[in-house]
Design a protein around this ligand. Structure first.
Ligand SMILES: [Zn+2]
Length: 364
């Protein structure tokens, strides 16, 4: 934005007037009734990197009684939040399962958007970010990235600091296994999963990958994050209403691994290692179904996938799990409700929002 000082002051005055008009309009507009449900809004459902045209990188919003919590934050998350009509500054907390590029590199855009909107009426509270070791460094790096462009805006407004905080306004919390968060709506438990199983021990001492169990007033949602087969994850998921699960097709994965090894002339040892990443550190159809069956979860919601045909993925997992299986796509909304009236009428507890018919299942 290149504007002169005088014009900047006019622009600033216009902005203040426009913002107060907007606030007055919001006060006059009847607010929607308070919500009493838990919604899972799929913001990004791709496995990555690299970026894809049809699916954004992994990010899922859990909206509990209207308050949004974000699990992972791949590239494209800020755009998907805007498309879904969820202001970034209303997010209660962000939880990183792990810090692989596809799960973490959208953070600066979400924080920048929240920071840019910090004075808007619907701001809830400062955004806190929870994740494995190195989350603090990631959040600090994001803030340093954000503050340089915002310092330009501040300079245009003719103030030295321009209201920019001297310190990072975002709070980072590096977590361990156990209860990592609770507030009046949710409780979050984490366990270390097997996504980094083959990582050298020295690196694994500082790099962790977690699965999360989030308990809400309407039921329990477990996020596998990225993981291989894991008894710890099966225990974490015990009795959950929904398992939001990363999934891959093992045949497709091994073709990809072998093709990559061929193209790069890898040694047999390196090829074997790469193949093992898909079998030991990620879940395929059987892996997802076995964890869900062992844990007796109510339903599976698949994501973190690049399926040529989502129905084939649902069928693949259904061969290993007797309950409903859904294939998530970007901007899909799933609802979990504990309404006694609905339960009495035989409606399923979980399904696409507004479409929870009795014994509902299959590709959505
Ligand atoms: Zn991933």
């Amino acid at each position: 934005m290149m504007i002169g000082r005088g014009r900047a002051l006019v622009t600033a005055a216009w902005w203040v007037a426009a913002a107060s008009q907007l606030a007055a309009a919001q006060r006059a507009t009847p607010q929607p009734p308070p919500r009493h449900d838990t919604e899972i809004l799929m913001l990004g459902t791709a496995g990555g990197p690299p970026l894809r045209a049809d699916r954004s990188e992994p990010a899922t919003l859990l909206i509990v009684d209207g308050r949004p919590y974000l699990v992972d934050c791949g590239i494209g998350t800020a755009r998907r939040l805007a498309q879904a009509g969820v202001p970034s500054q209303t997010i209660g907390a962000i939880f990183f399962t792990h810090l692989h590029a596809d799960h973490a590199l959208g953070l600066s855009a979400v924080l920048a958007d929240a920071f840019g909107n910090r004075d808007k009426q619907d701001a809830v509270r400062p955004l806190a970010i929870y994740g494995p070791p190195q989350t603090r460094a990631l959040v600090d790096a994001a803030w340093n990235y954000i503050r340089i462009p915002y310092a330009v805006h501040a300079a245009e407004q003719g103030t030295a600091s321009g209201g920019l905080p001297a310190r990072n306004p975002f709070a980072a919390h590096e977590i361990d296994s156990g209860i990592v968060y609770s507030d009046s709506l949710i409780r979050v438990l984490a366990v270390e999963n097997s996504h980094y199983r083959l990582m050298p021990a020295a690196a694994r001492a500082v790099m962790k990958s977690y699965s999360y169990r989030i308990e809400t007033p309407h039921g329990v949602v477990v996020f596998t994050g990225d993981t291989g087969p894991s008894d710890a994850v099966a225990r974490l998921a015990r009795g959950a209403d929904v398992l939001v699960a990363q999934v891959g097709d093992s045949a497709q994965s091994s073709r990809f691994a072998n093709r990559t090894a061929d193209q790069n002339h890898w040694s047999p040892e390196r090829r074997k290692q790469f193949l093992a990443h898909f079998t030991d550190e990620l879940l395929d159809f059987r892996g997802v179904g076995e964890i869900a069956s062992a844990a007796h979860v109510g339903a599976i919601l698949l994501y973190h996938m690049n399926p040529p045909d989502p129905a084939a993925y649902v069928a693949g997992v259904q061969a290993h799990f007797a309950g409903p299986v859904f294939a998530g796509a970007d901007l899909d909304r799933y609802c979990l409700t504990a309404s006694a009236v609905e339960r009495a009428s035989g409606a399923a507890k979980f399904g696409r929002c507004g479409q929870r018919e009795p014994s509902h299942s299959g590709v959505q």
